[in-house]
Design a protein around this ligand. Structure first.
Ligand code: DI6
Ligand code: FE
Length: 406
């Protein structure tokens, strides 16, 4: 006899469990929720003996795992719509970055902003994500680039996790750009990020993972390696912005350090993809940045399938390259630009995204014992989640079994 807090019934389930029906679908399904977790999930006809304090009947609607946005820069000051206009006028992202704009211009505004201001602007963007079914979001630092400002960003991210109805995982992205005051001595900045900022953020419990931007306009494989050695010493998992604008050996570096994920990977070579497959590194595809930068070389999706590299899809919400605050838009862009199948894209925003955050045992599929994080949709087929661009599809969200606020 299962004593449940909630029975969710008369619904179609896209469990996203592999190996059975497409989408792990159960046509006439039900879920029993106990203590914020899925106690039982299956066909309604097989419901075990139970008592439920409450019943939510969903009128045949589709239920998926709550979506997981595993790569965002949600917290930042200002915006870069002016640079967007410059790029439309012909300037490239690299030219703007090398001329002192780009990430560094967001750093100036972020440093000057209060925690309350950063919190409020991030919450407005978060609404775009939660309105498209997100229940877990990863948030990076990287627009502070000094101890005080990096910790400020990470504290804001933690506050979002406490005050908003969403789970938050943080990443320390100190090696995002060289701060203007240390432009003449980048080695000194790398030392500081590795020896001071990361340990200080970790000591305050602000870091779930360590990220870096490995790119000729950012940091080298050697510099990132130093940071990753420190992360390893502190027992923190790593991930990497790899091979976005050029092939810099980022995927192989991520594989060497058993990273959770290598993200972007547009320019990764076959050897890099093979190394990722062998090390079980997830490829996080970021089609919003690809769109906004008008990139032409798509990530090697065929090679990823061949070498068994699992693909996640994320918004990369950031002011420079991906002002995208919708997870369903990210699904659409991944399908249209990278030719993912809608089922692959949805897996990339659920099961595989959970793996990319090291949370595969906790969230990402509708399975007994996982957290009861759910999205309920007004759709007839799961492929619609990747098909519509901009149509509101979400009916409800549940976070830990509780109907969540938008
Ligand atoms: N993530 C990043 O860190 C950079 N690109 C990306 O996809 C740039 C972020 C920015 O320009 O602010
Ligand atoms: Fe990014």
């Amino acid at each position: 006899m299962i004593r449940a807090d909630l029975l969710i019934t008369e619904c179609r389930l896209a469990t996203m469990v592999q190996g059975g029906e497409p989408y792990g679908a159960i046509e006439d399904g039900a879920l029993l929720i106990e203590d914020g977790r899925i106690g039982w999930v299956g066909a309604r006809a097989d419901l075990p003996e139970h008592s439920a304090a409450k019943i939510h009947s969903l009128d045949g609607r589709w239920v998926t795992p709550g979506l997981i946005d595993c790569h965002t820069h949600l917290v930042f000051g200002g915006d870069r719509s002016g640079e967007f206009e410059q790029r439309l006028g012909g300037a490239t992202y690299e030219e703007i970055a090398r001329a002192g704009g780009g990430i560094v211009s967001t750093v100036k505004v972020t440093r000057a902003a209060s925690e309350d201001t950063l919190f409020a602007s991030a919450m407005a963007r978060l609404k775009g994500l939660t309105d498209t079914g997100v229940t877990t979001v990863e948030i990076k630092s990287g627009y502070g680039l000094d101890t005080e400002s990096e910790l400020k960003m990470l504290r804001v991210a933690r506050r979002i996790g406490r005050e908003a109805s969403v789970r938050v995982r943080t990443s320390y992205l100190g090696l995002h750009a060289v701060p203007p005051e240390l432009k003449a001595d980048r080695g000194q900045y790398v030392d500081k990020a590795v020896d001071d900022i990361l340990p200080a953020a970790h000591a305050e419990g602000l870091v779930d993972a360590v990220d870096a931007y490995c790119e000729p306009i950012a940091f080298t494989v050697q510099e990132v390696g130093r940071l990753f050695d420190k992360a390893r010493a502190l027992g923190l998992p790593v991930k990497l912005h790899a091979d976005q604008l050029s092939d810099g050996g980022g995927a192989a570096l991520a594989a060497r350090y058993n990273a959770l994920s290598a993200d972007h990977v547009e320019h990764t070579t076959e050897a890099g993809i093979r190394a990722m497959g062998q090390a079980g590194v997830v490829a996080v595809l970021l089609p919003g940045a690809f769109l906004m930068l008008r990139e032409t070389q798509a990530p090697p999706v065929g090679l990823m399938r061949r070498y068994g590299v699992e693909m996640a899809v994320a918004s990369d919400c950031n002011p420079g390259t991906s002002p995208v605050a919708s997870m369903t838009a990210a699904l659409n862009l991944a399908c249209v630009q990278f030719r993912l199948r809608p089922e692959e894209a949805l897996a990339g925003a659920t099961r595989v995204a959970a793996k990319a955050l090291g949370l595969a045992d906790e969230i990402g599929t509708l399975e007994a014992y996982k957290a009861a994080d759910l999205a309920v949709w007004d759709i007839e087929r799961p492929a619609e989640l990747a098909y519509w661009l901009g149509k509101p599809l979400l009916k409800a969200r549940y976070l830990g079994g509780i109907a969540a606020q938008p």
